[in-house]
Ligand binder design. Structure first.
Ligand SMILES: Cc1cc2nc3c(=O)[nH]c(=O)nc-3n(C[C@H](O)[C@H](O)[C@H](O)COP(=O)(O)OP(=O)(O)OC[C@H]3O[C@@H](n4cnc5c(N)ncnc54)[C@H](O)[C@@H]3O)c2cc1C
Length: 481
């Protein structure tokens, strides 16, 4: 088809209008001078990786501005405080590895650490769909579990590029993208599976996950901490870290809470990044040399950013899970033992069907049960509504009570607090891993003055995200600043 002169001119005119409209969005003349924020670096997302990166850059003498969607820092770290006694219950992040970056970070905010509490092992298993008790058929000895983790580690250790990122050999060996269930059979690591599964809700179907997605969470650090000890804050209040970071960043005008980027312009060169941000006190224009994106890179979350074709293609590959937690009162469930969901004939490991509640466990506040709920992998960012999850949990408790009147009293359970952590555990499918997804992903680092950190880049592990941010991302951001 030949375009007429008229249609070419119309197209040219239209694109000129769009270009000038979009450049006027970022025009400094449209903003009051105190609504224009000049900094070295903007960090978008003030969860684990974003807060760490901002504090680290600030400590290295760089000016930063953190833009966080919620009204608080911390992301998946969330602490409920009993309104009467002030007793804290960490409902999200709880434990950390005994490594330098963790000790230095807590020490910087004068928060003492000690050995984390033992996790309560589940004493009772019920099928939460029926409320009936389940007898796990696969109960390996402690020796078998250790041997299975050793066999797992022998394979994991072949890939040094996993120590601080997800750097895979090229071409990617099939061993890394085959289903984890196949790996388990091949290397005889069955005895490690119940611990891996119940320790980390939110991974979806562990046996169908590609091996690398399992490796990303179950790192050598994680296996080491499970075998020895994790660290936790002495006061058992992880959010203290974030309230202190919040105070420090606010006092240097380096934090915009309850704020979101609505337009972004990224280019190469100095002062090349311009962001229009919606804040509670009106729109702001941020002009920075570098950008750090530290929230889950799902396409719908990135919509306001001017994504390149490569960014769009890569980020469209992500699937994730829904992970939800809450504290329930008046549950009638055991006060000193946790109960977990299981299904008698579902896989040799009696794993539950998802989506469902994973477990109920007593919390530090007498009478309040900590519940976790998870879905399988999905391409939707927010797979279930909070109301649907809460209703399902309450119905599950009532079902367990009704089926076991000799063990549990009939009560009216109620949520005291509830939190959605969806989307969780961003991962990609086997064929994408085979086709070099992770290698392509890492080529994005630094392009258009944009750097990336967070769980999608390393794994769902706060300690290792701090290590990755400190040792890889922050030095790259510092280059040329
Ligand atoms: C219930 C639970 C328990 C866990 N327990 C542990 C544990 O004990 N130890 C451990 O190491 N790890 C634990 N994890 C995993 C750990 O929380 C994550 O690995 C870690 O928080 C990921 O950090 P992140 O910075 O990538 O994401 P997040 O911590 O989720 O931070 C992302 C931030 O970005 C913000 N955001 C999202 N979109 C935007 C936007 N458009 N603009 C601005 N801001 C935005 C979010 O509000 C959030 O604050 C747990 C996770 C959950 C859900």
């Amino acid at each position: 088809m030949r375009l007429s002169f008229y249609s070419v001119s119309a197209c040219t005119l239209a694109s000129a209008v769009i270009a000038s409209a979009s450049s006027s969005i970022f025009n400094v003349a449209n903003f009051e001078s105190n609504d224009i924020i000049y900094r070295d670096v903007a960090v978008i997302g003030g969860g684990s990786a974003g807060t760490y990166s901002a504090i680290s850059l600030k400590d290295k003498g760089k000016s930063v501005i953190v833009v966080e969607k919620k009204g608080r820092l911390g992301g998946h770290a969330e602490t409920y405080l009993d309104p009467v006694t002030g007793t804290p219950v960490d409902m999200g992040v709880l434990v950390f590895h005994n490594i330098t970056v963790v000790k230095d970070y807590f020490n910087r905010f004068e928060i003492p650490l000690n050995k984390a509490d033992e996790f309560l092992t589940s004493e009772f298993y019920y099928d939460f769909r029926t409320g009936r008790p389940v007898s796990p058929t696969f109960t390996p000895s402690a020796e078998d579990v250790s041997a299975a983790f050793a066999a797992y580690m022998a394979q994991y250790s072949k890939y040094p590029g996993l120590i601080n990122g997800t750097m895979l050999p090229s071409p990617v060996p099939e061993e890394l993208y085959m289903p984890f269930g196949k790996f388990v059979e091949k290397y005889g690591t069955q005895a490690a599976i119940p611990s891996m599964y119940y320790f980390n809700p939110g991974v979806g179907d562990i046996l169908s996950n590609p091996v690398i997605e399992q490796f990303r969470y179950w790192s050598s650090y994680m296996v080491g901490s499970v075998a020895t000890d994790f660290l936790g804050p002495v006061r058992r209040n992880v959010s203290e870290l974030y309230t202190r970071a919040e105070a420090e960043l606010s006092s240097s005008s380096s934090l915009l809470l309850s704020s979101e980027v609505v337009h972004a312009h990224r280019a190469e060169g100095e002062s090349a990044i311009k962001l229009v941000v919606r804040t509670p006190s009106g729109p702001k224009l941020i002009i920075v040399k570098k950008l750090v994106i530290a929230f889950p890179p799902k396409l719908d979350f990135l919509a306001p950013f001017d994504l390149s074709a490569t960014e769009k293609t890569l980020f469209s590959k992500y699937i994730d899970t829904g992970y939800y937690v809450g504290l329930v009162k008046n549950s009638g469930l055991p006060k000193n033992a946790s109960i977990s969901n299981a299904a008698q004939y579902h896989t040799e490991f009696t794993f539950p069907y998802l989506p469902a509640a994973y477990s109920f466990a007593p919390s530090a506040i007498p009478g309040l049960q900590l519940v976790t709920y998870a879905t399988g992998q999905t391409s939707k960012s927010l797979p279930l509504s909070d109301e649907a999850v809460k209703t399902n949990i309450i119905n599950t408790i009532k079902r367990i009570q009704k089926q076991n009147p000799d063990r549990f009293t009939t009560t009216e359970p109620e949520f005291v607090v509830f939190a959605s952590h969806a989307p969780y555990n961003l991962q990609v499918r086997s064929e994408d891993i085979r086709d070099g997804f992770y290698e392509k992903l890492y080529t994005l680092q630094g392009q258009r003055n944009t750097h990336w950190t967070g769980a999608a880049w390393k794994g769902e592990d706060s300690s290792l995200l701090w290590k990755y941010s400190e040792e890889i991302v922050v030095p790259q951001v510092m280059e040329g600043l």
